[in-house]
Design a protein around this ligand. Structure first.
Ligand SMILES: Nc1ncnc2c1ncn2[C@@H]1O[C@H](COP(=O)(O)OP(=O)(O)OP(=O)(O)O)[C@@H](O)[C@H]1O
Ligand SMILES: [Mg+2]
Length: 448
C-alpha cells in the first residue's frame, strides 16, 4: 500500500524570529494525496512543555479525517497524535515542530470511502422519499485498521451535507465519546474539530466497567441492546435522527464471543450495512451469518493507519479520563475534590464471579450472575478507581431495579479512603453534593 509513500523533508523555510529550534517544513500535495505525520509520544523532560507539531494550510483545500481545515489557522497536535492531511484538489501546508515521521502518500482508500459515503447518502435520500429510516451502519475489523477513523470520516461527510447521524461507540477500550469502560451514543450536529474530535454534548452513556468486552460479555450485549432501544425510540420521534441513521464503532475483538457480540449488535440495531475493514474471513463469516438483506462490504485499510502498542493504548485511555476532568489539553475545566461519607452512597460492582453451574442456586443461570449487582464495601482498595454515578433513582427499591440498564450521569475518581472516619475523598467534575447516590465501580484506575 505504502510503496508510493515518499519520505519528504521538503523546502526547509527560513526560521522566523522567535521560533527557537522549531523547524518548519512546507509540503505541496497533489490532488488525492495525503501528508501523514506522527507526533512523538512519551513524557516531556522536566520543566519542558510536551512536543507539539503545528500545522497550517497555506493554499488550496484539505481535510483531516473528513474535517475541513481553515486557511491560515494553526492546528496543534500533541504527543501520540497520528494524523493524515488529505486533499481532494491539491494544497500546500506547513508543519512546524518535529514530527516523528512525515511523508506524502498517493495511495489512499479515500475514493472508496467517499463512494461508501455516497451510497449511504443515497439510502438517506431514499429514506426521506419513502418515509423510511436511514442506514444503520456497523464498522468492524481487527485492531488497528482505522475503524474509528472511518466512522469519523463517514459522520463528518454526513453532517457536512446536512444530516444528523448518530455515533454509537461500542469500543470500551478506546471510546471516542466518553471515558473508557463505557458504551455510548452521540448525536452528531457538526463536523469534528480537527484537533479535539467531536463535540461531546449530552451523550447517552452506559457503565460497562472494564476495557475489554470479554470481562462480562453478557453485560456488554445487554448494554448494546439498551443503546439500540433508546436509539430506535429516538428515531420514532425525531425524523432527522431517523433519516441520518447511525454509524456504530466496534472494538477489534472479532473472534469467539467477540464475533458473537458483533452479530448480536447487528441484530439489536437491525443494521442495514456492515463495513468490514481489511479482514476477508470476518467478511465471509458475517455474510454467512447475517440476514441476506444486510449489505456486507469489504473495504481496504489505509496504509497510513498506525499500530498502537499496549502502552500507547493505556496512555490514551488515561488521557481520555484526564480530559473528562480537566478538559482538552488539561486546561479548560476545574474539577472539585470533596469528602463523601460511606453512608451516603451505595457502591456496586456489576457481575458476580462466575461459579460452576452445579453450584448455582436453583433456578438461576450464569446470565443472572453476570448481570447481578454485587454491593461493594468501601475500603482502601477503592483508591484510584473510577466510579460511574448512575442515573438510577435513589432509594433502595428504585436503585436496585434497573441500575444495570440505567445510563450514567457522570464519573468520579476515589483519591483517598479513610476507613476510620468512614469517608472517601473524590475527584468530581462538579461541586458537591453528588447528583445521585448509586455508584458503579470500574476495573479502571486513574491517578490524578
Ligand atoms: N491515513 C492515515 N494516516 C496516518 N494516520 C492514520 C491514518 N488513518 C488513521 N490513522 C491513525 O492511526 C491510528 C489508528 O487508527 P484507528 O484508531 O482509526 O484504528 P482502529 O481500527 O479504530 O483501532 P482500534 O482497534 O484501537 O480501535 C489513529 O491514531 C489514527 O489517527
Ligand atoms: Mg477504534
Amino acid at each position: 500500500m505504502s510503496a508510493m509513500a515518499t519520505e519528504v523533508a521538503e523546502k526547509t523555510s527560513e526560521e522566523g524570529p522567535g521560533t527557537g529550534d522549531k523547524v518548519a517544513n512546507r509540503f505541496d500535495l497533489e490532488k488525492e494525496t495525503e501528508l501523514r505525520f506522527e507526533v512523538e509520544s512519551g513524557e516531556p523532560e522536566e520543566g519542558k512543555k510536551p512536543e507539539e507539531v503545528v500545522l497550517e494550510l497555506l493554499t488550496g483545500m484539505a481535510e483531516i479525517f473528513g474535517s475541513e481545515l481553515n486557511r491560515n489557522k494553526k492546528y496543534r497536535f500533541g504527543p501520540g497524535s497520528k494524523i493524515a492531511v488529505f486533499t481532494w484538489h491539491g494544497c500546500s501546508v506547513v508543519l512546524e515542530g518535529k514530527p516523528e515521521a512525515a511523508y506524502r502518500s498517493g495511495e489512499t482508500p479515500m475514493r472508496l470511502y467517499l463512494n461508501t459515503h455516497a451510497a449511504l447518502e443515497q439510502m438517506r435520500k431514499q429514506a426521506e422519499r419513502d418515509n423510511e429510516r436511514g442506514p444503520r451502519v456497523m464498522v468492524v475489523g481487527p485492531t488497528d485498521v482505522g475503524k474509528s477513523t472511518l466512522c469519523r470520516l463517514l459522520l463528518n461527510y454526513a453532517v457536512r451535507v446536512g444530516r444528523r447521524p448518530t455515533l454509537v461507540e461500542l469500543d470500551v477500550g478506546q471510546s471516542g465519546v466518553s471515558v473508557p469502560g463505557t458504551v455510548s451514543a452521540l448525536c452528531i450536529e457538526r463536523p469534528a474539530d480537527a484537533e479535539e474530535g467531536f463535540s461531546v454534548q449530552a451523550p447517552l452513556v452506559y457503565h460497562f466497567g472494564s476495557t475489554t468486552p470479554g470481562t462480562n460479555i453478557k453485560l456488554y450485549n445487554k448494554l448494546t441492546s439498551c443503546l439500540a432501544d433508546v436509539f430506535s425510540q429516538r428515531c420514532e420521534t425525531n425524523r432527522k435522527a431517523s433519516v441520518g441513521g447511525c454509524i456504530i464503532n466496534t472494538c477489534g475483538w472479532v473472534k469467539g464471543s467477540g464475533y458473537q457480540a458483533l452479530v448480536h449488535c447487528a441484530s439489536a440495531f437491525e443494521v442495514d450495512v456492515v463495513l468490514v475493514l481489511d479482514h476477508e474471513r470476518l467478511y465471509n463469516e458475517l455474510k454467512r451469518d447475517l440476514p441476506h438483506f444486510v449489505r456486507v462490504v469489504l473495504l481496504p485499510k489505509s496504509g497510513g493507519v498506525m499500530e498502537r502498542s499496549k502502552e500507547c493504548r493505556r496512555v490514551s485511555r488515561d488521557e481520555k479520563i484526564r480530559e473528562y476532568f480537566y478538559g482538552f489539553r488539561g486546561s479548560s475545566f476545574y474539577p472539585h475534590i470533596f469528602d463523601v461519607r460511606f453512608s451516603d452512597v451505595r457502591i456496586y460492582k456489576i457481575g458476580a464471579p462466575s461459579i460452576p453451574d452445579s453450584c448455582l442456586p436453583l433456578g438461576m443461570s450464569q446470565d443472572d450472575t453476570q448481570l447481578k449487582l454485587v454491593p461493594v464495601t468501601p475500603g482502601r482498595d477503592l483508591t484510584y478507581h473510577v466510579l460511574s454515578v448512575s442515573c438510577a433513582e435513589d432509594g433502595e427499591e428504585g436503585a436496585r431495579r434497573g441500575i444495570v440498564e440505567s445510563p450514567v450521569c457522570g464519573f468520579i475518581v476515589v483519591t483517598q479512603v479513610d476507613t476510620q472516619a468512614q469517608v472517601m475523598k473524590v475527584l468530581s467534575p462538579a461541586r458537591r453534593p453528588l447528583p445521585r447516590h448509586t455508584l458503579l465501580i470500574m476495573d479502571i484506575r486513574f491517578m490524578t
